[in-house]
Design a protein around this ligand. Structure first.
Ligand code: E4P
Length: 240
């Protein structure tokens, strides 16, 4: 099966179908990311049937752009099975696997390597807080390596410095993984993380609207519309 190759730009971080339709129609997103917390918040429902339906719907709306669905287990066999199941839902579904489990360990990278190299499944290694984790995930063959910029800053570290460091490392080692930076906290994060070297920044819908709409643009357009009325014949003018 031919799979979607990584693209770059903004990935919408939501499981809300209306928001996905709205922002996809604008042509400004390059993919969608979800995680279990997002799917719960956005009412995807309980049970595999409901989750499969929601992910298939998202995949169909944005096809061929990629959609990330995260594994819900820390059991190695369960991760392999879920990865194969999720990626079979649609050819643009890729699978998020955390860099390691809640107690650490090396097992997840082995699974990432196997899924990418032997099972032809595109993996997004998630929940990473440092460039050195990102380097290892990229070395293991992950298509996407996700730094959680907001959470890095929450811990008192500098997300931009980690992004710059990871960019330099991947370039130096000629590793093709795309750098995703998620966990956006402010509108400014989107542009500053791209400037620092991210290929992809994930953003909740509210950040995109705030990025787009500017009070001075509103005022400027208001002025043009007002003066534009003076250019058209009186009978065509719209009363103020
Ligand atoms: C991105 O892919 C992550 O799912 C997301 O951005 C996590 O953000 P949070 O730190 O706000 O939970």
């Amino acid at each position: 099966m031919t799979r979607t190759r990584p693209l770059t730009g903004i990935f919408l971080d939501t499981g809300d179908l209306e928001e996905i339709r709205k922002y996809h129609a604008l042509g400004i997103i390059r993919g969608v990311t979800t995680n279990p917390t997002i799917l719960v918040k956005d009412g995807a429902g309980e049970g595999w049937e409901a989750i499969e339906k929601r992910i298939r719907q998202i995949a169909s709306i944005v096809e061929p752009l990629p959609v990330s669905m995260e594994v819900t287990t820390n059991d190695p066999q369960g991760v392999l099975e879920q990865a194969q199941r999720f990626s079979a839902w649609a050819r643009n579904v890729n699978v998020k696997v955390p860099i390691h489990g809640p107690r650490g360990g090396t097992e997840n990278l082995r699974l990432v390597h196997e899924l990418e190299s032997r099972r032809n499944i595109r993996i997004n290694v998630t929940a990473m807080m440092s460039a050195q984790q990102g380097l290892l995930a990229a070395s293991a063959g992950a298509s996407f390596v996700s730094l959680f910029g907001g959470r890095i800053n929450d811990m008192g570290h500098d997300a931009k410095a980690e992004i710059r460091r990871l960019r330099a490392l991947l370039d130096a080692f000629e590793l093709p993984s795309k750098i995703i930076v998620g966990s956006t906290r402010e509108v400014l994060n989107i542009v500053e993380w791209f400037e620092a070297g991210a290929d992809i920044v994930t953003a909740a819908p509210k950040f995109l609207e705030a990025m787009l709409v500017h009070p001075y643009s509103k005022e400027t357009v208001e002025q043009f519309l007002r003066d534009g009325q003076r250019l058209v014949p009186r009978e065509e003018r719209i009363p103020a």
